[in-house]
Design a binder for this molecule. Structure first.
Ligand code: ZN
Ligand code: ZN
Length: 386
């Protein structure tokens, strides 16, 4: 049983200081303040944080509605509604976050608070992946003459590299998933449906201290395994068929993610060959992970092996993604991504091959990137026959 009290602390207040330092740094082309269209970057006087995972990261606040204004001069304003007056004070206080907490229930009054705090500022960054078009227009009009500009993904970039407390939470979530899966594997041989197995897996993870699943478990058997994101149905899992099990849970706000493909008893020789191919590709992908590795090269380490075996078109997704407060976050590990891995990134390596009408295989680990390689966080053995 994992409880928040046994986990290493997270230094939440230090994150706000890092964001303020980033606001003060002159932006490089393509960085925050750049508009991604070749226009020169601008100096931001403040950033309005609107994405809840980012607000949680910066303040410890776990409620469902808030705005956070972070100014380059270091002053920070947190706005939420009447439901969260007590919770906001408790959580920001516990995290040691130095912010003015303003509770306003009407949305226009909340914007009045932000507008008042912007006095003297020329340029406000907005989280371009966290607003609707309508909100961006509303903010631009409401905060005039302050100019609102798209500010990229400043907080998501900070969130990439995990601190010791974050690693501890993701490690704990991975351990719960490992443990729950080990307990439930024998159920697969008892004629269980995909849905029932998914439900029991969720229950087993929550019983061990997870607050929730990190996404709806994917339990895909036989031909259903050909769909990478199949939803568990009423199909009974039969001996000798491949079952893709992709699942994870949340511990104190942090996600885990793992896929194993198993068969009750020996599968057909073709299925065994497909499994061994993906297993080899996944090992090659993991071996390519280290600080400084190009994310396209890590993807290629998996993909080249699958392509050489003639299944390139059947590997229909990227190799991996970051895992943290969100189940899918930066960095992406894919042909279509760019950049390099850093020490402290937590990413998945999850090649798969999917053959419509036949079945599929995916094998996924979550790993912590280190200077010269990686540390695995998901530990379930990759045993095909159970
Ligand atoms: Zn997964
Ligand atoms: Zn994944």
């Amino acid at each position: 049983m994992v409880g928040a009290t046994t986990l290493l602390p997270c230094d939440v207040a230090a994150r706000l200081a890092r964001l303020i330092a980033a606001l003060r740094r002159p932006a490089a082309p393509g960085d925050a303040g750049g508009r991604g269209d070749g226009t020169p970057p601008v100096v931001l006087d403040a950033l309005l944080v609107t994405r809840l995972p980012n607000i949680r990261y910066l303040t410890g606040f776990t409620g469902s509605a808030a705005l956070l204004l972070v100014r380059a001069d270091g002053s920070t304003t947190f706005v939420s509604d009447g439901r969260y007056a007590g919770q906001a004070a408790e959580q920001l206080g516990a995290a040691g976050v130095d912010a003015a907490i303003e509770i306003r229930t009407a949305a226009d009054e909340q914007l009045d608070v932000i507008a008042a705090a912007l006095v003297g500022d020329a340029c406000l960054g907005l989280e371009e992946h966290g607003l609707t078009w309508a909100q961006a227009r509303q903010y631009s009009a409401r905060f005039d003459p302050v100019e609102c500009v798209p500010a990229g993904s400043m907080v998501e970039d900070l969130r990439r590299v995990k601190d010791a407390g974050e690693v501890d939470r993701i490690r704990a979530a991975c351990a719960i998933a490992d443990d729950a899966f080990a307990e439930l594997l024998p159920r697969l041989a008892e004629g269980v449906t995909e849905r029932a197995f998914a439900l029991e897996l969720e229950f087993a993870m929550r019983r061990r201290g997870a607050s929730a699943v990190s996404f709806d478990p994917i339990i895909a058997s036989g031909p259903n395994a050909a769909k990478p994101h199949a939803r568990p149905g009423d199909r009974v899992i039969e001996p000798g068929e491949l079952v893709v099990c992709d699942f994870g849970c949340i511990v104190d706000g942090y996600c885990s993610d793992m896929t194993r493909t198993v068969s009750v008893g020996e599968p057909a020789p073709d299925a065994r060959r497909l499994y061994d191919l993906v297993l080899t590709a996944q090992a090659a992908g993991r071996a390519a992970v280290r600080s400084g590795a190009d994310v396209v090269a890590v993807d290629g380490a998996c993909r080249d092996i699958i392509t050489a075996a003639g299944y390139g078109d059947a590997f229909s997704h990227g190799t991996g993604h970051g895992v943290g407060i969100e189940i899918h976050e930066a960095p992406r590990v894919a042909r279509t991504a760019s950049g390099t891995l850093r020490v402290g990134d937590i990413v998945t390596v999850e090649p798969g091959v999917y053959l419509p009408g036949v079945g599929g295989v995916r094998i996924e680990d979550t790993v912590l990137v280190t200077a010269d390689g990686y540390e695995p966080l998901t530990m379930t053995p990759k045993t095909l026959v159970v």
